[in-house]
Structures are given as structure tokens and as C-alpha cells.
Design a protein around this ligand. Structure first.
Ligand code: ADP
Ligand code: MG
Length: 371
């Protein structure tokens, strides 16, 4: 297994579109990193650049000891020599080959001795739970099984790192959750350095040692799931990862003046700012995580107070209830373990905690740097 380090990676597409800018990232040996971000944020571009399918406009990529691309030294190692395993969303397995032959393919191409191939292929097929299907062709397998074949083929040659692009996204639950757990176990067992692209925040939070949040081709924040959930560096990360509600306004003379008529930052609000507070006026954005909003149902027979909110939807899930409210035109998400609220109920809103980003653009790092 190997480290992957990216430095000052920038990619401009032929049409002038900036796919990536100023990416600095070091993935440790055996680390599982998830790239997350909205559609078009550069996740696939970044993964394809690491894989070698795209040559970046500038910057350096090292995999292990080797520089695989750099603009100063003109180094370029093509994808087939980077020793990476890859799995994409559409299980790209060969339909005319059996599971065994699909998985053996990378070893045959590398001209490994026949005996070694058989032993290694059997071991990997068993690791992904397909021993009973080794002689079948992909057409006789389910989507999840085909994706396991792709995974086995990606790791059979003991790659330096595993790259996954939406590898689980085409699968249905509960299969998807199961394969998620298996990928986690497998990458741990093999101490595989893994970069996993997903638009699914829950999946990224569940699998990754660290998350890299991308937006508009730049890195907004890097951290462990816990760090990103508890200490987002911007309102973008708070709302993207944790569904936090957002309240804009200004800070002046050490006080927050929201545009929202009823939002009041609770005493427990954490102030986050880039620099010195000089008492002058700054743009500021408050975020409130869904678990920090408390709702109290108002008696429908009494006229509601002006600052009331209205329940828009109540979605019951496996781990709790997600209530959406409309609070003077702002939609807020609220998590509760259980609730007796229903649609159209009027509620009183109480905030237990908030983060206030002062003088920090919504997207923090993503808007700075070369664009
Ligand atoms: P993601 O995988 O996060 O959805 P992509 O990496 O596919 O995002 O795309 C990042 C940005 O680069 C997007 O704005 C996209 O429109 C643009 N882009 C992607 N591929 C190309 C291409 N071949 N030519 C021009 N622009 C592209
Ligand atoms: Mg993509």
C-alpha cells in the first residue's frame, strides 16, 4: 500500500472550464478517504487525475515513492503503470468471462505464474463472498454480485491504492449497506489506501477515516467525520454534511443582526471567524444543526405568537424522525427521536446551539485561490 499526495493540482478542461484548482491533499498509507461534494464539484475529475485518465494542467501527484505526474520535471506515468485498483458505478466486468476469469485478468496480463494466479484468485473471490459463483458469467449474477466481481478484480493484483467512483451508488438497499460494510472490512484487512468518491453523505461518513469536501473544484474542508460534523469551517459544510439551517446577517459591534425576523443566536453559540474582530461590520452566517432545534406544539385554540413556525413535513426513518418547518420563510430541518407532530401543526422554535461564521464566505476555501 502507498501514500497518495497531491500538491497544487489544477485542471482546466479544453473548454476553459476549471475542473479542479489548487488541490493539496495527502492520503496516508492504509487510509480511507471519501471525496464528497455536490454534483459538478470536481470529485470525478480529481479521481480520474489520480488514476491517470486525465493529465492535470499543473501540479504534482506522488503515489508511494513515485512521482506519477509533475509539471516541473515533466514526469508522466500512464494509468496502466500506476498500479491502482479501480471500481466505477457501472460494474465494468467482461460479460463473456466467468467470475474467475474476470478476476484473474489483471494477473494474466501481468504474466504471473499460473499456480500463483489460481491461489490468489480463489482467495480474493472468497474474500468478496463469491466462492459459490466463481464459474458463473456476469449475466447470471445480481447487480451487487457483479459489483463484487469488479471489486475483486480491482484488488487482486495488490494495487498500491483503491479508487472507487460511486461504486455503490447503483445498488439498492439493503445490499448497498452490506457491501458498504464489506468494503470497510476488506480495505482494513488489506490495509488498502482508498479514495472513495460518493455523493452520498451518509456513506462517506460511515466509511471514511477522513472526508474531503469539494465545491467548485476546490477543497472546502478536510477532516474526520466527527470534526466535520462538530466543527464545520463554513456554512456550506454545515448545511451540506449535516443539513444545518442557515441564517444570514451581519455582525456589528460584537452583535449578530440576522435578516430573519425571529432568529436569535442562543447563548451557547460558537463564534467562528478568520481574523481579528475590530468591531466593524462583517457579513455573518449562523447555522443550526437539526439536532439543536427544539419544537413545542402550540395550542391550536389560542392565537399563535408572531414568531411561530409551521410543520411542513414529518418523515419517520429507521433512526428517528426528520421534521421540516417553515419559520418565517426559512426552511429548517429538525431531528427528533420520536414525535407527535404532524403536518400543518404550529410550533414554537427553541435553539439549543448554533455556529456563527463571521466574515467567512459560505464556501470558505472553495472561492479563494486561482479560478
Ligand atoms: P462531480 O464528479 O463532482 O460531479 P466532475 O468532476 O464530473 O464533478 O465535474 C467537475 C466540473 O468539471 C463540472 O463543472 C463539469 O461540468 C466540468 N467537466 C467535467 N468533465 C468535463 C469535460 N470533459 N469538459 C469540460 N468540463 C467538464
Ligand atoms: Mg462524478
Amino acid at each position: 500500500m502507498a501514500t497518495i499526495s497531491l500538491s497544487q493540482l489544477t485542471h482546466r478542461y479544453a473548454n476553459g472550464h476549471v475542473g479542479l484548482h489548487d488541490i493539496d491533499l495527502a492520503v496516508a498509507e492504509g487510509e480511507f478517504v471519501a471525496l464528497v461534494g455536490p454534483s459538478g464539484s470536481g470529485k470525478t475529475t480529481l479521481l480520474r487525475t489520480i488514476a491517470g485518465f486525465l493529465r492535470p494542467s499543473s501540479g504534482t501527484i506522488c503515489i508511494g515513492e513515485r512521482t506519477v505526474v509533475s509539471d516541473d520535471e515533466g514526469a508522466w506515468i500512464p494509468p496502466e503503470h500506476r498500479r491502482l485498483g479501480m471500481v466505477f458505478q457501472d460494474h465494468a466486468v467482461w460479460p463473456h468471462l466467468t467470475v474467475q476469469d474476470n478476476v484473474a485478468y489483471p494477473l494474466r496480463r501481468a504474466r504471473c505464474p499460473r499456480r500463483d494466479i489460481t491461489a490468489r484468485v480463489d482467495a480474493v473471490i472468497s474474500q468478496v463472498g463469491l466462492s459459490d459463483y466463481a464459474r458463473r458469467k456476469p449475466g447470471q449474477l445480481s447487480g451487487g454480485q457483479r459489483q463484487r466481481v469488479a471489486l475483486a478484480r480491482a484488488i487482486v493484483a495488490r494495487p498500491q491504492a483503491l479508487l472507487l467512483d460511486e461504486a455503490l451508488s447503483a445498488l439498492d438497499e439493503p445490499l448497498r449497506a452490506r457491501l458498504r460494510r464489506e468494503i470497510k472490512r476488506l480495505t482494513r484487512e488489506e490495509n488498502l489506501t482508498t479514495v472513495h468518491v460518493t455523493h452520498d453523505r451518509a456513506e462517506a461518513l460511515a466509511l471514511a477515516d477522513r472526508l474531503v469536501v469539494l465545491d467548485r473544484g476546490g477543497i472546502v474542508q478536510i477532516g474526520t467525520p466527527h470534526e466535520l460534523l462538530t466543527q464545520p469551517n463554513s456554512s456550506f459544510v454545515a448545511s451540506f454534511l449535516a443539513d444545518a439551517s442557515v441564517f444570514s446577517g451581519v455582525v456589528s459591534g460584537g452583535r449578530f443582526y440576522p435578516e430573519h425576523p425571529y432568529f436569535r443566536p442562543p447563548a451557547t453559540t460558537t463564534w467562528v471567524s478568520d481574523g481579528v474582530h475590530d468591531g466593524s461590520t462583517h457579513h455573518a452566517i449562523a447555522t443550526v444543526a437539526p439536532e439543536d432545534v427544539r419544537l413545542r406544539r402550540l395550542d391550536p385554540s389560542v392565537a399563535p405568537p408572531e414568531d411561530h413556525a409551521t410543520v411542513v413535513s414529518v418523515l419517520r426513518g429507521q433512526y428517528g424522525v426528520e421534521v421540516s418547518i417553515d419559520w418565517a420563510g426559512t426552511t429548517a430541518r429538525v431531528y427528533q427521536r420520536s414525535t407527535d407532530l404532524s403536518e400543518a401543526d404550529l410550533v414554537q422554535v427553541d435553539l439549543a446551539a448554533a455556529r456563527l461564521f463571521v466574515g467567512i464566505s459560505a464556501r470558505h476555501g472553495a472561492e479563494t485561490g486561482a479560478r
